[in-house]
Design a protein around this ligand. Sequence first.
Ligand SMILES: Cc1cc2nc3c(=O)[nH]c(=O)nc-3n(C[C@H](O)[C@H](O)[C@H](O)COP(=O)(O)O)c2cc1C
Length: 189
Amino acid sequence: MPDKALEVLGICGSLRKASYNMAALRACTELLPPGMSLRIASIADLPMINQDVLDAGMPAPVKRLRDEIAAADGVLIASPEYNFSVPAPLKNAIDWASRPPNQAFQDKPVAIFSAANGPLGGARVQYDLRKILVQLWAHLLPRPEVFIGMVSTKIDTQGRLTDETTRKFLTDLLAGFKDWILRVQRGKP
Ligand SMILES: Cc1cc2nc3c(=O)[nH]c(=O)nc-3n(C[C@H](O)[C@H](O)[C@H](O)COP(=O)(O)O)c2cc1C
């Protein structure tokens, strides 16, 4: 009998309806290696992080996201950079997930890619995300790195990722992520 498929949770750093990062994340569902599934989380309904709110009882959307991250074999983050760093909605989601007990990113395999209209493809957000997530004891896939520059030329008006080179980069990222998750699960990151 084949092993259970690895379940990956996708999180997008942009809340924009026509988000290029969300479009690329959706395209990933078509590019998965065998034995891996991808479900995309919603972070739009999270309240702004506030310890007083947490002390009064974990809000339902926060509990849902934390449970989804905890249950996933890995987390795939697609994000633009905002002002050279992490967009507020994504940082907010990570901050909520990070609160003890049972902080959700502990020992979690994570892969990142970014998309933006500039030539760097939002590269700088990736290094800030790595800094944040490593101190939460997440296991960040080191390579391949995928930066989708000039993204508006690669996604059509229906939100489909049409650029074959980018599809190949994401296919390679997902295959590498599968190996990485298995490696972490074997205790050999
Ligand atoms: C508040 C804000 C800050 C931004 N800062 C940057 C930036 O630092 N670098 C960059 O390449 N693009 C920046 N952009 C442009 C975004 O990369 C662009 O809007 C991109 O399409 C957003 O991703 P999305 O399509 O997934 O929403 C910024 C956009 C916003 C709204």
